[in-house]
Ligand binder design. Structure first.
Ligand code: MN3
Length: 203
């Protein structure tokens, strides 16, 4: 049966320095993300029908999954999907602002990139405990900012995640200690706006 696998990082562990430190990237990708993948595979071991679905399908259809696996897919499937997105929407030396249709949409909703950054950082700062801050596209194509707890995915609400910031302590504690706001402020330096735009325009 097919198993979910840990995707390789699309850049070196040290590529996002000084904003995201090398050791955090190593532990975050090799240990935390790997654990979500392992736990997801373990949960689906006796459900070959579910193993043939994509991770997107599993998270969209979460409420109809067998109760025995639902929480494990929510937490570990969510963790797998969220982190796969997270690696892809970061890169060293990317453009400092979005372009094209995404830029127009952001200006329309948030007044500009600074307005978007403020809302995302605010959502991340206010998330009590662990979770994510998101920019998503809803089913009508509207842009929304909110946060989710733990590894809950916007896909379960039929929203397309465009940009997500991990605000679990494991994402920043080694370098930023308890200063989540400093991490959030720095994180935008490594955002891959081209990938966010690609997701925004994807059908
Ligand atoms: Mn994480």
């Amino acid at each position: 049966m097919p198993e979910f696998t840990l995707p390789a990082l699309p850049y070196a562990y040290e590529a996002l320095e000084p904003h995201i430190d090398t050791l955090t990237m190593q532990i975050h990708h090799d240990k935390h993300h790997q654990a979500y993948v392992n736990n997801l595979n373990a949960a689906l071991k006796d459900h070959p029908d579910l193993q043939n679905r994509t991770i997107d399908e599993l998270l969209r259809d979460l409420t109809t999954l067998p109760e025995a696996v639902r929480t494990a897919v929510r937490n570990n499937g969510g963790g797998h999907h969220n982190h796969t997105l997270f690696w892809e929407i970061m890169r060293p030396g990317g453009p400092k602002a979005p372009g094209g249709a995404l830029a127009e949409a952001i200006t329309g909703v948030f007044g500009g990139v600074e307005g978007l950054i403020k809302q995302v950082n605010d959502a991340g700062a206010k998330r009590f405990g662990s979770g994510w801050a998101w920019l998503v596209k809803d089913q009508s194509g509207n842009l929304l900012v909110y946060s989710t707890a733990n590894q809950d995915s916007p896909l379960t609400d039929r929203h397309v995640p465009l940009l997500g910031v991990d605000v679990w302590e494991h994402a920043y504690y080694l370098k930023y200690r308890n200063m989540r706001g400093d991490y959030l402020a720095a994180w935008w330096n490594v955002l891959n706006w081209d990938e966010v735009a690609r997701r925004f325009s994807a059908k």
